[in-house]
Design a protein around this ligand. Structure first.
Ligand SMILES: Cc1cc2nc3c(=O)[nH]c(=O)nc-3n(C[C@H](O)[C@H](O)[C@H](O)COP(=O)(O)OP(=O)(O)OC[C@H]3O[C@@H](n4cnc5c(N)ncnc54)[C@H](O)[C@@H]3O)c2cc1C
Length: 488
């Protein structure tokens, strides 16, 4: 088959051959929930043209994923509304949205659709329940199953080295990126299916698993009737490809120039893209392309030093390079770890020096000990911390700098570092719209030493782990307005 999707992005998950007598090619959209710049959609469209069959896109939303809540569901549904509109009336492609109404109701849908498919293409994603789900499904399907990595600018599996620091990973990226950037996905991967017959979902399947199309046309099904955590309500932030694109535009036009000031809580200059990146509503390639246009930049890495320095390699403005270091180096560093270490969510995945120093200080007295409930309800003695927790609860996001402080204090206020990790994971993934992501584990375990080095002087509880205090934060940053905004 003729395809421009790089082989290093495609994992074939079972031994089945492509069945040219299949009625359609099935793209099972699970993590990269968008219609543009999507390698998996591109791969599926390539198969469609190759076998001469239309493309059926199944986007399903189950209700029993961990931390399932109105908040996460609403964001995904916003994306489904956009996807339905984007695929409406397009030749050769049928969009089949399915929203599970009760736990287990969706069971069997994928297998039933796969029976009539020539090949099934799905998204590769290295954390949450996705790897487990793909492993289980690959044994059950008798149709060829391919997982495609649309996660970042560099394929997750193009190296077998787990990088221990941003610096070493940056050096790797500086060598690997130029060739990868030439293999960007198409902006409109399914734009050329003209002449292929529109697939139809077999009647008995539709009867058992009705399409959510009609409900999406009026904004999505009623969330109150679904078995979700209703104590985590949706936020003002709208999900989906269109909102992601608007947010990126706003960031480039109004905030990027001040990105160097992003640590100030009263400067709202970070991109706010992490929820959209998490749900796959926007791709890294689209962000880079729009940033490049904004900066009037074209790739030219001739003679650029590949010494891992944070600035100067891209050849963009200083704030753009600072942004790229977060959004490319730090983000993809987390995907590197998540793809190559199945224990990336576990405490044991911390570097040895960090575990040793935390163990040495495990029995140090803690000045305050807070339970999950006290932390959750922002009931600590520390009003800056409480404000950050309230922002997380109300808005589903936390200001980046305060998020670091938020995690460091949880280490200080829990009986063991292992318990601190557990509580951070629980609160982050319950409330954060960008939670349950490789970055969640990078950020949480960064608070406990991952990707960092030992710091002196050695302190109680923290040992050699980098230390942060609310008092220092308040001295360095303008926090008054933030604390008023998120007052009790
Ligand atoms: C305790 C803790 C928990 C965290 N949990 C998450 C999480 O669940 N999901 C998540 O996406 N990020 C998490 N982070 C990293 C970081 O806080 C967010 O990525 C960032 O604040 C998102 O806001 P933004 O999109 O406006 O970032 P911007 O500053 O605009 O950065 C652009 C993008 O770069 C990436 N990025 C930025 N900072 C980091 C970082 N430190 N590590 C990895 N990638 C980064 C994100 O994809 C982000 O969307 C966590 C950090 C900490 C300290």
């Amino acid at each position: 088959m003729h395809t421009h999707v790089p082989g290093s992005r495609v994992s074939v998950l079972n031994d089945a051959e492509v069945d040219p007598s299949g009625q359609y090619v099935l793209y099972w959209m699970t993590s990269h929930r968008r219609t543009t710049h999507n390698y998996a959609l591109q791969r599926a469209a390539d198969w469609s043209r190759h076998v001469g069959r239309g493309l059926l896109v199944l986007e399903a939303l189950r209700c029993d994923y961990e931390w399932a809540s109105e908040r996460h569901h609403r964001f995904v549904l916003d994306g489904m509304v956009d996807n339905a509109a984007a695929m409406e009336g397009r030749p050769g492609i049928t969009y089949y949205p399915y929203v599970e109404g009760s736990i287990g109701e969706g069971k069997g849908l994928l297998e039933s659709l796969a029976e009539s498919a020539a090949v099934v293409v799905t998204d590769d994603y290295p954390t949450f329940f996705v790897p487990r789900m793909l492993a289980a499904v690959s044994h059950r399907l008798e149709t060829r199953l391919e997982a495609v990595d649309s996660n970042g600018l560099v394929p997750m599996r193009s190296t077998d080295r787990v990088y221990p620091t941003a610096y070493t990973f940056r050096r790797y990226l500086q060598k690997a990126l130029p060739a990868q950037l030439e293999l960007a996905p198409l902006e409109d991967p399914a734009g050329n299916l003209a002449g292929l017959e529109q697939p139809t979902v077999p009647g008995p399947i539709l009867a058992r698993w009705p399409s959510a199309e009609a409900a999406l046309a009026s904004g999505g099904p009623d969330l109150t009737s679904l078995p979700l955590d209703h104590s985590v309500p949706s936020t003002q932030l709208r999900g989906g490809e269109r909102a992601a694109s608007e947010r990126l535009d706003g960031f480039l036009k109004q905030a990027l120039g001040r990105y160097d000031d992003r640590n100030q809580p009263d400067e709202d200059v970070a991109s706010g893209l992490s929820p959209y990146l998490h749900f796959g509503h926007i791709s890294t390639h689209a962000i880079l392309a729009r940033l490049a246009a904004h900066e009037d930049w074209t790739p030219n890495f001739e003679g650029r030093p590949t010494n891992g320095k944070r600035t100067g390699w891209w050849g963009m403005s200083s704030p753009a390079e600072a942004f790229l270091d977060q959004f490319v180096t730090w983000r993809e560093l987390g995907f590197n770890m998540a793809a190559l270490r199945s224990d990336h969510r576990e405490y044991e995945s911390l570097p040895e020096w960090a575990r040793n120093t935390l163990t040495e200080h495990a029995s140090d007295p803690r000045p305050y000990l807070y339970s999950l409930e006290q932390l959750d309800s922002a009931s600590t003695h520390d009003e800056l911390w409480n404000a950050a927790q309230r922002q997380l609860r109300r808005e589903g996001v936390i200001h980046n700098y305060l998020r670091m402080l938020w995690g460091k204090k949880i280490l200080k206020w829990t009986a063991t570092p292992r318990e601190a990790a557990r509580l951070m994971i629980e609160l982050n993934n319950r409330y954060a719209l960008d939670g349950r992501d490789p970055n969640s584990y990078s950020g949480i375990y960064w608070c406990l030493g991952r990707y960092d080095r030992p710091w002196g002087p050695e302190r109680p509880v923290f040992g050699k782990i980098r230390y942060m205090t609310s008092a220092n934060t308040a001295r360095k940053l303008r926090v008054r307005e933030y604390m008023e905004r998120f007052a009790r």
